[in-house]
Design a binder for this molecule. Structure first.
Ligand code: RIB
Ligand code: CA
Length: 327
Protein backbone atom coordinates (compact mmCIF):
# COMPACT_ATOMS: atom_id res chain seq x y z
CA UNK A 1 0.00 0.00 0.00
CA UNK A 2 1.23 3.56 -0.65
CA UNK A 3 2.91 5.07 2.39
CA UNK A 4 1.17 8.47 2.27
CA UNK A 5 -0.01 9.31 5.79
CA UNK A 6 -3.55 10.48 6.48
CA UNK A 7 -3.63 13.93 4.95
CA UNK A 8 -6.30 16.59 4.57
CA UNK A 9 -6.42 16.56 0.78
CA UNK A 10 -8.79 14.36 -1.17
CA UNK A 11 -7.44 11.13 -2.60
CA UNK A 12 -8.86 9.27 -5.59
CA UNK A 13 -8.94 5.56 -6.38
CA UNK A 14 -9.88 4.68 -9.98
CA UNK A 15 -11.67 1.35 -10.47
CA UNK A 16 -11.80 0.62 -14.18
CA UNK A 17 -11.98 -1.74 -17.15
CA UNK A 18 -9.60 -0.15 -19.72
CA UNK A 19 -11.09 0.51 -22.21
CA UNK A 20 -10.16 3.64 -24.18
CA UNK A 21 -12.18 6.08 -22.10
CA UNK A 22 -10.95 4.47 -18.88
CA UNK A 23 -7.39 5.12 -20.13
CA UNK A 24 -8.23 8.81 -20.64
CA UNK A 25 -9.63 8.93 -17.12
CA UNK A 26 -6.27 7.83 -15.73
CA UNK A 27 -4.44 10.46 -17.82
CA UNK A 28 -6.84 13.27 -16.84
CA UNK A 29 -6.93 12.43 -13.14
CA UNK A 30 -3.19 11.88 -12.74
CA UNK A 31 -2.28 15.44 -13.77
CA UNK A 32 -4.82 17.19 -11.52
CA UNK A 33 -5.76 14.93 -8.62
CA UNK A 34 -4.06 12.80 -5.99
CA UNK A 35 -4.57 9.34 -7.53
CA UNK A 36 -3.53 6.76 -4.94
CA UNK A 37 -4.41 3.64 -6.86
CA UNK A 38 -5.99 1.94 -9.85
CA UNK A 39 -8.04 -1.23 -9.49
CA UNK A 40 -9.14 -3.32 -12.45
CA UNK A 41 -12.34 -5.22 -13.12
CA UNK A 42 -13.82 -7.43 -15.83
CA UNK A 43 -15.93 -5.33 -18.19
CA UNK A 44 -14.91 -4.03 -21.58
CA UNK A 45 -12.71 -7.09 -21.80
CA UNK A 46 -11.61 -9.95 -19.54
CA UNK A 47 -9.94 -9.10 -16.25
CA UNK A 48 -6.60 -10.27 -17.66
CA UNK A 49 -6.95 -7.86 -20.58
CA UNK A 50 -8.28 -4.87 -18.61
CA UNK A 51 -5.44 -5.33 -16.13
CA UNK A 52 -2.88 -5.56 -18.94
CA UNK A 53 -4.39 -2.38 -20.40
CA UNK A 54 -4.20 -0.51 -17.10
CA UNK A 55 -0.51 -1.43 -16.91
CA UNK A 56 0.01 -0.41 -20.55
CA UNK A 57 -1.75 2.90 -19.92
CA UNK A 58 0.38 3.92 -16.93
CA UNK A 59 3.55 2.92 -18.80
CA UNK A 60 2.50 4.95 -21.87
CA UNK A 61 1.99 8.04 -19.70
CA UNK A 62 4.90 7.59 -17.31
CA UNK A 63 2.55 6.98 -14.38
CA UNK A 64 4.09 3.75 -13.09
CA UNK A 65 4.23 5.23 -9.57
CA UNK A 66 0.48 4.66 -9.28
CA UNK A 67 -0.15 1.16 -7.87
CA UNK A 68 -2.44 -1.17 -9.81
CA UNK A 69 -4.41 -3.95 -8.09
CA UNK A 70 -6.23 -6.67 -10.00
CA UNK A 71 -9.86 -7.26 -9.13
CA UNK A 72 -12.73 -9.63 -9.75
CA UNK A 73 -12.98 -11.66 -12.95
CA UNK A 74 -16.77 -11.80 -13.27
CA UNK A 75 -19.96 -10.09 -12.07
CA UNK A 76 -21.62 -11.06 -8.77
CA UNK A 77 -24.39 -13.02 -10.49
CA UNK A 78 -24.34 -12.51 -14.29
CA UNK A 79 -22.01 -14.39 -16.59
CA UNK A 80 -19.22 -12.22 -18.01
CA UNK A 81 -20.07 -9.89 -20.85
CA UNK A 82 -17.37 -8.00 -22.79
CA UNK A 83 -17.44 -5.25 -25.46
CA UNK A 84 -14.95 -6.32 -28.16
CA UNK A 85 -17.10 -4.62 -30.80
CA UNK A 86 -16.28 -1.29 -29.15
CA UNK A 87 -12.81 -1.58 -27.60
CA UNK A 88 -11.42 -4.45 -29.72
CA UNK A 89 -10.08 -7.90 -28.88
CA UNK A 90 -7.35 -6.47 -26.62
CA UNK A 91 -9.74 -4.01 -25.00
CA UNK A 92 -7.41 -1.19 -26.09
CA UNK A 93 -7.09 -1.68 -29.85
CA UNK A 94 -5.81 0.99 -32.23
CA UNK A 95 -2.10 1.02 -31.45
CA UNK A 96 0.17 -1.97 -30.72
CA UNK A 97 1.43 -0.86 -27.31
CA UNK A 98 4.40 -2.77 -25.85
CA UNK A 99 3.86 -5.56 -23.35
CA UNK A 100 3.73 -3.98 -19.88
CA UNK A 101 6.43 -4.72 -17.29
CA UNK A 102 5.16 -2.70 -14.32
CA UNK A 103 4.38 -4.99 -11.38
CA UNK A 104 0.92 -5.32 -9.89
CA UNK A 105 0.15 -4.65 -6.23
CA UNK A 106 0.28 -7.87 -4.21
CA UNK A 107 -3.16 -6.97 -2.86
CA UNK A 108 -6.41 -8.03 -4.48
CA UNK A 109 -8.37 -4.98 -5.65
CA UNK A 110 -11.07 -5.53 -3.03
CA UNK A 111 -8.47 -5.53 -0.25
CA UNK A 112 -6.64 -2.60 -1.87
CA UNK A 113 -9.88 -0.56 -1.72
CA UNK A 114 -10.46 -1.49 1.92
CA UNK A 115 -6.83 -0.78 2.88
CA UNK A 116 -6.96 2.58 1.08
CA UNK A 117 -10.03 3.54 3.13
CA UNK A 118 -7.94 3.08 6.28
CA UNK A 119 -4.92 4.93 4.89
CA UNK A 120 -6.64 8.01 3.45
CA UNK A 121 -9.19 10.08 5.33
CA UNK A 122 -10.77 11.75 2.29
CA UNK A 123 -11.00 8.89 -0.20
CA UNK A 124 -13.16 9.19 -3.31
CA UNK A 125 -13.81 5.98 -5.25
CA UNK A 126 -14.19 6.48 -9.01
CA UNK A 127 -15.66 3.37 -10.64
CA UNK A 128 -15.56 3.57 -14.44
CA UNK A 129 -16.60 -0.01 -15.18
CA UNK A 130 -18.99 -2.56 -13.71
CA UNK A 131 -19.33 -2.03 -9.95
CA UNK A 132 -18.26 -5.55 -8.99
CA UNK A 133 -15.12 -4.61 -7.02
CA UNK A 134 -16.84 -1.76 -5.19
CA UNK A 135 -19.80 -3.94 -4.20
CA UNK A 136 -17.50 -6.76 -3.08
CA UNK A 137 -15.53 -4.34 -0.89
CA UNK A 138 -18.78 -3.07 0.66
CA UNK A 139 -19.90 -6.65 1.28
CA UNK A 140 -16.55 -7.76 2.71
CA UNK A 141 -16.26 -4.69 4.98
CA UNK A 142 -19.58 -2.91 5.68
CA UNK A 143 -17.72 -0.29 7.75
CA UNK A 144 -16.27 0.98 4.44
CA UNK A 145 -19.21 3.40 4.27
CA UNK A 146 -17.87 5.14 7.39
CA UNK A 147 -14.50 5.88 5.77
CA UNK A 148 -15.17 6.58 2.08
CA UNK A 149 -15.96 10.22 1.31
CA UNK A 150 -17.90 9.71 -1.93
CA UNK A 151 -18.33 7.58 -5.05
CA UNK A 152 -18.18 9.28 -8.45
CA UNK A 153 -19.16 6.81 -11.14
CA UNK A 154 -19.75 6.54 -14.83
CA UNK A 155 -22.77 4.34 -15.26
CA UNK A 156 -26.47 4.20 -15.92
CA UNK A 157 -28.59 6.78 -17.65
CA UNK A 158 -31.55 9.06 -16.95
CA UNK A 159 -32.90 8.24 -20.38
CA UNK A 160 -31.81 5.83 -23.09
CA UNK A 161 -29.71 2.75 -22.51
CA UNK A 162 -26.65 1.49 -24.36
CA UNK A 163 -26.50 -2.32 -24.04
CA UNK A 164 -30.31 -2.45 -24.12
CA UNK A 165 -33.07 0.12 -24.59
CA UNK A 166 -33.03 0.64 -20.82
CA UNK A 167 -29.59 -0.32 -19.49
CA UNK A 168 -26.12 1.17 -19.81
CA UNK A 169 -23.18 -1.31 -20.10
CA UNK A 170 -21.50 -0.86 -16.69
CA UNK A 171 -24.76 -1.38 -14.83
CA UNK A 172 -26.09 -4.02 -17.24
CA UNK A 173 -23.01 -6.20 -16.81
CA UNK A 174 -23.45 -6.34 -13.02
CA UNK A 175 -26.84 -5.01 -11.84
CA UNK A 176 -26.57 -6.70 -8.43
CA UNK A 177 -23.28 -4.90 -7.76
CA UNK A 178 -24.84 -1.59 -8.78
CA UNK A 179 -27.76 -2.28 -6.43
CA UNK A 180 -25.34 -2.83 -3.52
CA UNK A 181 -23.60 0.47 -4.30
CA UNK A 182 -26.72 2.60 -4.81
CA UNK A 183 -28.27 1.25 -1.58
CA UNK A 184 -25.04 1.64 0.42
CA UNK A 185 -25.87 5.11 1.72
CA UNK A 186 -22.57 6.48 0.39
CA UNK A 187 -22.79 9.87 -1.40
CA UNK A 188 -22.83 9.19 -5.13
CA UNK A 189 -22.19 11.28 -8.21
CA UNK A 190 -23.60 9.53 -11.28
CA UNK A 191 -22.57 10.33 -14.85
CA UNK A 192 -24.95 8.48 -17.16
CA UNK A 193 -25.29 8.16 -20.91
CA UNK A 194 -27.75 11.09 -21.12
CA UNK A 195 -24.73 13.34 -20.43
CA UNK A 196 -21.67 11.24 -21.29
CA UNK A 197 -22.75 10.82 -24.90
CA UNK A 198 -22.60 14.63 -25.13
CA UNK A 199 -18.81 14.31 -24.64
CA UNK A 200 -18.30 13.26 -28.24
CA UNK A 201 -14.73 13.14 -29.53
CA UNK A 202 -15.34 13.99 -33.17
CA UNK A 203 -12.66 13.85 -35.87
CA UNK A 204 -12.11 17.59 -35.34
CA UNK A 205 -11.58 17.17 -31.60
CA UNK A 206 -9.23 14.23 -32.22
CA UNK A 207 -7.29 16.42 -34.67
CA UNK A 208 -6.84 18.98 -31.84
CA UNK A 209 -5.31 16.24 -29.71
CA UNK A 210 -3.11 15.03 -32.54
CA UNK A 211 -1.99 18.63 -33.21
CA UNK A 212 -0.42 18.73 -29.75
CA UNK A 213 2.34 17.11 -31.75
CA UNK A 214 3.98 14.90 -29.12
CA UNK A 215 4.42 11.15 -29.67
CA UNK A 216 2.18 10.60 -26.63
CA UNK A 217 -0.62 12.77 -28.05
CA UNK A 218 -0.39 11.09 -31.45
CA UNK A 219 -0.60 7.66 -29.83
CA UNK A 220 -3.61 8.70 -27.76
CA UNK A 221 -5.31 10.16 -30.85
CA UNK A 222 -4.70 6.92 -32.77
CA UNK A 223 -6.12 4.84 -29.90
CA UNK A 224 -9.22 7.02 -29.54
CA UNK A 225 -9.69 7.04 -33.33
CA UNK A 226 -10.12 3.24 -33.16
CA UNK A 227 -12.74 3.73 -30.45
CA UNK A 228 -14.47 6.48 -32.48
CA UNK A 229 -14.63 4.31 -35.58
CA UNK A 230 -16.07 1.41 -33.53
CA UNK A 231 -18.85 3.58 -32.08
CA UNK A 232 -19.60 4.93 -35.55
CA UNK A 233 -19.81 1.42 -36.99
CA UNK A 234 -21.91 -0.01 -34.13
CA UNK A 235 -24.13 2.92 -33.17
CA UNK A 236 -23.69 5.35 -36.09
CA UNK A 237 -22.31 7.97 -33.70
CA UNK A 238 -20.27 10.90 -35.05
CA UNK A 239 -17.75 10.85 -32.23
CA UNK A 240 -16.18 8.72 -29.52
CA UNK A 241 -18.19 9.06 -26.31
CA UNK A 242 -15.65 10.05 -23.67
CA UNK A 243 -17.77 8.62 -20.88
CA UNK A 244 -15.52 7.82 -17.92
CA UNK A 245 -13.35 10.97 -17.59
CA UNK A 246 -16.43 13.01 -16.61
CA UNK A 247 -16.39 11.23 -13.24
CA UNK A 248 -13.03 12.86 -12.42
CA UNK A 249 -13.44 16.09 -14.45
CA UNK A 250 -16.14 17.14 -12.00
CA UNK A 251 -13.45 17.46 -9.27
CA UNK A 252 -11.09 19.42 -11.52
CA UNK A 253 -13.60 21.86 -13.05
CA UNK A 254 -16.96 21.36 -11.28
CA UNK A 255 -18.47 24.29 -13.15
CA UNK A 256 -18.51 22.18 -16.31
CA UNK A 257 -21.36 20.08 -14.97
CA UNK A 258 -24.97 20.55 -13.85
CA UNK A 259 -25.93 18.00 -11.21
CA UNK A 260 -29.40 17.26 -9.82
CA UNK A 261 -30.15 15.39 -6.60
CA UNK A 262 -32.57 12.54 -7.13
CA UNK A 263 -33.39 8.98 -6.14
CA UNK A 264 -31.81 6.23 -8.26
CA UNK A 265 -32.72 2.58 -7.94
CA UNK A 266 -31.40 -0.37 -9.95
CA UNK A 267 -33.92 -2.58 -11.72
CA UNK A 268 -32.98 -6.23 -11.15
CA UNK A 269 -36.02 -8.14 -12.41
CA UNK A 270 -37.55 -6.35 -15.40
CA UNK A 271 -37.84 -8.49 -18.52
CA UNK A 272 -36.92 -5.49 -20.66
CA UNK A 273 -35.40 -3.25 -18.01
CA UNK A 274 -32.92 -5.33 -15.98
CA UNK A 275 -29.87 -3.11 -15.30
CA UNK A 276 -31.81 0.14 -15.72
CA UNK A 277 -30.98 3.04 -13.39
CA UNK A 278 -34.49 4.13 -12.48
CA UNK A 279 -33.97 7.86 -11.92
CA UNK A 280 -36.80 9.55 -10.05
CA UNK A 281 -36.78 13.11 -11.28
CA UNK A 282 -40.20 13.72 -9.87
CA UNK A 283 -38.09 14.51 -6.80
CA UNK A 284 -37.64 18.22 -6.53
CA UNK A 285 -34.64 19.35 -4.57
CA UNK A 286 -34.85 21.00 -1.19
CA UNK A 287 -34.60 24.29 -3.01
CA UNK A 288 -38.02 23.49 -4.36
CA UNK A 289 -37.08 23.31 -8.02
CA UNK A 290 -36.88 20.13 -10.10
CA UNK A 291 -34.90 19.88 -13.31
CA UNK A 292 -38.02 20.75 -15.29
CA UNK A 293 -38.88 23.71 -13.15
CA UNK A 294 -41.65 22.21 -11.06
CA UNK A 295 -41.81 23.84 -7.73
CA UNK A 296 -42.87 23.00 -4.25
CA UNK A 297 -44.16 19.50 -3.90
CA UNK A 298 -41.62 16.74 -3.33
CA UNK A 299 -43.21 13.81 -5.14
CA UNK A 300 -40.22 11.54 -5.62
CA UNK A 301 -38.34 9.28 -3.26
CA UNK A 302 -35.56 10.69 -1.10
CA UNK A 303 -32.50 11.53 -3.19
CA UNK A 304 -29.55 9.11 -2.90
CA UNK A 305 -27.41 10.50 -5.70
CA UNK A 306 -26.34 13.61 -7.55
CA UNK A 307 -27.00 12.88 -11.22
CA UNK A 308 -25.42 14.77 -14.12
CA UNK A 309 -28.09 16.46 -16.23
CA UNK A 310 -25.97 18.73 -18.44
CA UNK A 311 -22.36 19.65 -19.23
CA UNK A 312 -20.17 22.21 -21.00
CA UNK A 313 -18.80 20.01 -23.77
CA UNK A 314 -16.32 22.49 -25.24
CA UNK A 315 -15.04 23.30 -21.77
CA UNK A 316 -14.50 19.61 -21.10
CA UNK A 317 -12.55 19.04 -24.31
CA UNK A 318 -10.44 22.13 -23.58
CA UNK A 319 -9.58 20.56 -20.21
CA UNK A 320 -8.87 17.13 -21.70
CA UNK A 321 -6.77 18.46 -24.59
CA UNK A 322 -4.81 20.86 -22.36
CA UNK A 323 -4.14 18.00 -19.95
CA UNK A 324 -2.92 15.61 -22.64
CA UNK A 325 -0.50 18.32 -23.75
CA UNK A 326 1.12 18.15 -20.31
CA UNK A 327 2.48 14.61 -20.90
O1 RIB B 1 -21.37 2.58 -21.22
C1 RIB B 1 -20.10 3.19 -21.17
C2 RIB B 1 -19.20 2.47 -20.22
O2 RIB B 1 -18.98 1.14 -20.67
C3 RIB B 1 -17.80 3.11 -20.14
O3 RIB B 1 -17.28 2.94 -18.85
C4 RIB B 1 -16.99 2.29 -21.11
O4 RIB B 1 -15.60 2.26 -20.77
C5 RIB B 1 -17.59 0.94 -20.93
O5 RIB B 1 -17.00 0.36 -19.77
CA1 CA C 1 -15.12 1.88 -18.49
Amino acid sequence: MPSQPKGITVQFLLDCDPGHDDMLTIFLAAKHLDVVGITTVSGNQSLEKTTRNARRSVELAGLTHIPIAKGLPRPLVNEVRYAPEIHGQSGLDGVALPEPTVELSPLHAVDFIIEASHTYDELVLVPAGPLTNIAAALIKDPTLVERVKEISLMGGSMTYGGSTAAAEFNIYVDPEAADVVFRSGLPIKMFGLNVTRMASATVERLDRIRDIGTPFARTVADLVEFYRASLHNVYGLDGASIHDPLAVAVYIRPELFTMQAMNVQIELNGTHTRGMTVCDYRYVGREGKGIYGESGIIRGAEANAEVAVDMDVDGFFDLLTDTLALY
